[in-house]
Write a protein that binds this ligand. Structure first.
Ligand code: HEM
Length: 445
């Protein structure tokens, strides 16, 4: 019988619980709680009871064994006004049907067919780069992965259309984030000034995306883009996705896909710029395998060190640093009772810094992955893409994109991070660099 007591943890204030400590210290708050109270700890955010789980086996229990008794946590659901009922936010039978319809578009062979397009857009970006110019590394890679996402999702390359989409999306997101920051939230149906603005921005966004979808549907020959695949997808009963469902899925894929990959590249380049010995080995691998060529799908398995660098960068700076679930019934976890409605947090930031599996965890050391570390550690000691039935659908896509871009960029340029730059993390939905990553581009020639 599980005990009805709560796992150990900070008590915080009687009203807010630990919300202030979390706001002040963010990632360090999770690390401190895990280190001080152990692999199953608990605290409160206001009225919400939270468990923080960092035992890899218990994480597996939540994400895999008991997955059907959990739904996404309150934070993930909060993005529904913009993301609608897409793969990230939907639940139950509805989610399962959507996942089954979308899955074929992410099969390895399909994903590999995007390699030339990723390489081509990267080459086009590099043609505009000039040695000696100052850039924000994060801005450059966000722009590139956004262009790749819009081309692979909608077959869209008109820069005007791209701008219209990104500007309206940003506006809708800013308005929504603003709403979440407010202490007192009035219901979204009340016609307050900010609710009206949000409604108008979402309406505009939907109109833009509906336009892309209509253009895709009007094409005589279906393209090699994800939209064409989702338009053609049928479930066992022969049913297709509705127009609004297509829209929710396309926006979800765009949002879930491009920023996370941009962050992987940005943090990788930051770390590489601080570790010349790693850069030297990378360049040697690229010279040996690619000799100046842009990488193709066939090259991907021949670049193990490039792979190790990306794996290690996602360990040190996991783009998604926290995932959460809410129990839909009373459950057992590590001898404790998780009551219906409780939230369970799992933090990659905490697990990826566990010295039992990653000795000297703060050190960026791609070599630690070289002799099969991934197979020796428990599965949920390292999980940048989550796990279980809701594992990232785009993981193969993301890894391929990151390898191609890293090698294509790195053969032509290196980055010198500005000596006075302050590089801090800003944990939002993803792990952003707080002040960007300002650097100077230096041509390798
Ligand atoms: C390095 C890049 C990426 C990282 C680190 C990442 C990470 C994650 C994680 C941790 C989850 C699980 C969240 C949870 O369990 O609550 C997830 C889900 C998801 N990701 Fe990714 N992701 C990346 C790239 C992509 C790409 C490129 C796409 C699409 C093209 C994508 C689409 C999705 C979708 C649709 C889901 C929800 C899946 C579901 O619930 O069925 N992601 N991602």
């Amino acid at each position: 019988m599980p005990t009805t007591a709560l796992p150990p943890g900070p008590t915080g204030s009687w009203l807010g619980g630990s919300i202030r400590q979390f706001r002040d210290r963010r990632l360090d708050f999770f690390l401190d709680v895990a280190r001080e109270y152990g692999e199953l700890a608990s605290f409160r955010f206001g009225p919400r009871q939270i468990f923080l789980v960092s035992d890899p086996n218990l994480i597996e229990q939540v994400l895999v064994t008991d997955a059907k008794h959990y739904i996404k946590h309150f934070g993930a659901r909060a993005y529904m006004p913009v993301l609608g009922n897409g793969l990230v936010t939907s639940e139950g039978e509805f989610w399962l049907r959507q996942r089954r319809l979308s899955q074929p578009a992410f099969l390895k062979q399909r994903v590999l067919s995007y390699a030339p397009l990723m390489a081509d857009l990267t080459t086009r970006m590099l043609e505009h780069w000039k040695s000696g110019s100052d850039v924000d590394v994060h801005f450059e890679f966000s722009t590139l992965t956004s262009a790749i996402a819009l081309k692979t999702l909608f077959d869209l390359d008109d820069p005007g259309d791209r701008d219209r989409f990104t500007v309206t999306l940003r506006l809708a997101f800013d308005l929504m984030s603003d709403r979440f920051r407010r202490l007192i939230k009035l219901p979204s149906w009340l016609p307050t000034a900010s609710n009206r603005k949000l409604k108008a921005a979402v309406k505009e966004l939907h109109a833009v995306v509906d336009g892309f979808i209509a253009a895709g549907q009007a094409r005589k020959e279906p393209g090699n883009d994800l939209l064409s695949r989702l338009v053609a997808a049928r479930d066992e009963d022969g049913k297709q996705m509705s127009a609004s469902q297509l829209r929710d899925e396309m926006m979800t894929l765009y949002l879930a896909g491009h920023e996370t990959t941009a962050l992987t590249l940005s943090w990788s380049w930051y770390l590489i710029s601080q570790h010349p010995e790693v850069e030297e080995k990378l360049v040697a691998e690229w010279n040996g395998v690619l000799a100046g060529r842009t990488p193709t799908a066939e090259d991907l398995t021949k670049l193990p060190y490039t792979d190790a660098v990306l794996t290690e960068a996602m360990r040190v700076y996991p783009p998604v640093y926290l995932i959460g679930r809410e129990a839909t019934q009373d459950l057992e976890l590590g001898g404790y009772r998780v009551k219906k409605g409780y939230t369970v947090f799992m933090s990659q930031w905490v697990n990826h810094r566990d010295p039992r599996y990653f000795p000297n965890p703060e050190k960026f050391l791609p070599e630690r992955w070289e002799d099969g570390l991934a197979k020796r550690i428990p599965k949920y000691a390292y999980y940048p893409f989550g796990g279980g039935q809701r594992v990232c659908i785009g993981n193969t896509f993301a890894l391929m994109e990151a390898v191609i871009i890293l090698a294509a960029v790195g053969q032509k340029f290196r980055f010198t991070v500005m000596p006075d730059a302050r590089i801090d993390v800003n944990p939002q939905i993803t792990l952003l660099p707080a002040h960007g990553i300002p650097a100077t581009l230096i041509s390798r020639r």
